[in-house]
Design a protein around this ligand. Structure first.
Ligand SMILES: N[C@@H](CCC[C@H](N)C(=O)O)C(=O)O
Length: 311
């Protein structure tokens, strides 16, 4: 079935889940016994020869995650670590939709208990994150957003150029970190957004050091609805994956970029980001350190369970 050796993964139970159509293969590794290779991840995430997914998530105790054990000392409540991989097997620092699917998986597996209104912590490559169960899903505090090319962005409000494949013209963009890198491009209308061919990776120059996820965004007209929530539409080409139906950190980066561009007029804190797979919420909230946290919210569900390598 798979084009690679399954090794320790043969016989391993898995769940398949998604968060606004961003889909993942999830496994629990409570004794930290599984050493995932990039080839295994790519084989499992393959849409024809594998289970299929935009990424793979392993739940492992933070105290047993090589290189991240100190997070468990920093916050012993962050018992579980989200070991996230892109579908090509590469490692990414953070996955906003993945965090919600991860929380849902931990509850479904009986690894944590979490009632609506309660919060818990996880470890991740982007540090410790707090997740709250809300009525219709999960809200994760992803921490502060940041400008990747700070000097250039502050001087010009844009810092790079992006050329979708097949286009002659390059478009101005802003690069934002949400723990992982993003480059956001604003388009003038929804027709252009729908027509984009995102099968291939857009050209980005300059590109953040470790590659980037590219978000194309169209602000609604008017941007702010009567309820005070700003509305934008987004499509994304993800690093290590390709076009996906949703990207949580991408939605936060897109809202942060449009908010940054509009900062002269109003500082809007509540955003609704429509992606092909649904709608996610983004909130910017002042934190105790005098900075600003980014809170992503939206649904997550599991759709199947199985055993890897079952014949
Ligand atoms: N889909 C994710 C982001 C996953 C990681 C990304 N492809 C990267 O390489 O940074 C999300 O929901 O945030």
């Amino acid at each position: 079935m798979y084009s690679t050796e399954l090794g320790q993964l043969a016989g391993q139970p898995f769940a398949k889940g998604h968060a606004t159509g961003n889909d993942f293969v999830l496994i629990a590794d409570p004794n930290a016994e599984i050493d995932l290779s990039a080839q295994q991840v790519a084989a499992l995430c393959h849409r024809r020869f594998g289970i299929g997914g935009d990424g793979m998530i392993r739940a492992v105790p933070t105290s047993k995650m090589p290189g991240y054990e100190q997070l468990a000392d920093q916050n012993p409540d962050a018992y579980w670590f989200m070991d996230y991989r892109n579908s090509d097997g590469s490692i990414a620092e953070m996955c906003g939709n993945g965090v919600r699917a991860f929380a849902h998986f931990l509850i479904a597996e009986g690894l944590i208990e979490l009632l609506v209104g309660q919060s818990f912590y996880i470890g991740s490559r982007a540090g410790i994150k707090m997740i709250t169960r809300i009525a219709d899903g999960y809200a994760v505090n992803l921490g502060p957003w940041g400008l990747i090319f700070e000097d250039k962005a502050e001087a010009d409000s844009i810092d790079s150029l992006v050329k979708p494949r097949g286009w002659d013209q390059a478009l101005p963009a802003l690069s934002i970190t949400m723990g992982n890198p993003h480059t956001v491009v604003a388009l003038p209308d929804g027709g252009m957004l729908d027509a984009l061919d995102l099968f291939e990776e857009p050209e980005v120059a300059p590109k953040p050091e470790h590659g980037t996820n590219v978000e194309f965004v169209v602000p609604n007209e008017p941007l702010i609805e009567e309820d005070g929530v700003a509305q934008i539409k987004m499509r994304v080409h993800e690093r290590g994956v390709g076009e996906t139906l949703s990207c949580g950190t991408g939605a936060c980066a897109a809202a942060a970029a449009v908010r940054y561009w509009a900062r002269g007029t109003a500082l809007i804190n509540q955003w609704a980001v429509t992606v092909p797979g649904g709608v996610v919420g983004v909130e910017f909230r002042a934190n105790e350190a005098g900075g600003e946290d980014t809170i992503l919210s939206g649904p997550a569900e599991l759709v199947a369970r199985g055993v890897i390598g079952a014949k």
